[in-house]
Design a protein around this ligand. Structure first.
Ligand code: ADP
Ligand code: ADP
Length: 235
């Protein structure tokens, strides 16, 4: 069974708005490292919001079709239950992060999830180690570089032990070197922690190097879906 399955999903943010997604069907399988690319307005962020359950849970609007996480319809389970499977790193991580110190940021999510106290230290250490930022544990988030902040956001979600990580353009504000480091981190998360990764990314070179599957969105639909070689041969 796929971890996430979308069946003929269409979505408009309001009755008047045109469709942000039109008839999208796709499966995300356990262990995949999937990139999503497409022009601005193509529906990439909207797709990420469907994968993480923010749509339909946070947005009013018109939702058609079905999205399933571990076989369960996202309309019928709580956002918290979805978040236990699918961890989302928002496009605006400064808005997503709530604490001023790295360790507190991680604690916040763990306590919210009701993780037993005797498991918390181990979870924090494992997540920091997977992302490679043990040395940042006591740092003020405001003093970190953009790339370091992305890694903190990833570690904080990873500590919640989701099966899937969905990231909306984690490299948007980063230079090429930091962008590559974020993708190397995601590769560790995928290979070592065994977490399925779905990442929106505009750099073809990064998608070609790191992803085994690329989904091209255009005008709210899946235009292409295949290996980087297959997909970029058309470009
Ligand atoms: P991107 O193209 O990188 O997804 P946008 O600039 O389109 O980013 O969107 C930034 C934020 O504004 C997102 O949270 C998105 O949901 C929201 N947004 C985008 N378009 C609209 C719109 N027409 N009305 C209201 N909010 C929007
Ligand atoms: P992308 O991420 O590929 O840039 P989006 O999913 O952000 O595309 O946007 C798809 C369409 O939905 C666009 O027309 C955008 O203006 C609209 N949209 C996105 N977010 C919102 C929102 N919060 N409210 C209203 N319209 C939105």
């Amino acid at each position: 069974q796929p971890i996430i399955q979308l069946e003929n999903v269409s979505f408009s943010y309001s009755q008047e708005a045109s469709r942000a997604l039109t008839d999208v069907s796709l499966c995300i399988e356990q262990g995949e490292f999937v990139g999503v690319i497409g022009p601005s307005g193509a529906g990439k962020s909207t797709l990420a919001a469907v994968l993480s359950g923010a749509i339909p849970h946070h947005y009013r609007g018109a939702f058609y079709g079905a999205a399933r996480v571990e076989g369960r319809d996202t309309c019928e389970i709580s956002l918290t239950d979805i978040a236990r499977v699918v961890g989302a790193v928002a496009q605006d991580i400064d808005a997503q992060m709530v604490a001023s110190v790295v360790e507190d940021e991680m604690l916040f999510g763990l306590e919210n999830f009701g993780v037993p106290h005797d498991q918390i230290e181990g979870r924090i250490q494992r997540a920091l180690a997977t992302v490679g930022i043990e040395q940042l544990r006591d740092r003020e988030i405001a003093t970190l570089s953009g790339g370091q902040k992305q890694k903190v956001a990833i570690a904080a979600i990873l500590a919640l032990e989701p099966r899937v990580l969905v990231l909306d353009e984690p490299t948007a504000a980063l230079d090429p070197v930091s962008s590559r480091m974020v993708f190397e981190t995601l590769r560790e998360v995928n290979r070592v922690a065994g977490v399925t990764v779905v990442v929106i990314e505009q750099m073809v070179a990064l998608l070609s190097e790191f992803c085994e599957r690329v989904i091209v969105m255009n005008k709210g639909s899946v235009a292409l879906d295949g290996t980087p070689r297959e997909v970029f041969a058309h470009a």
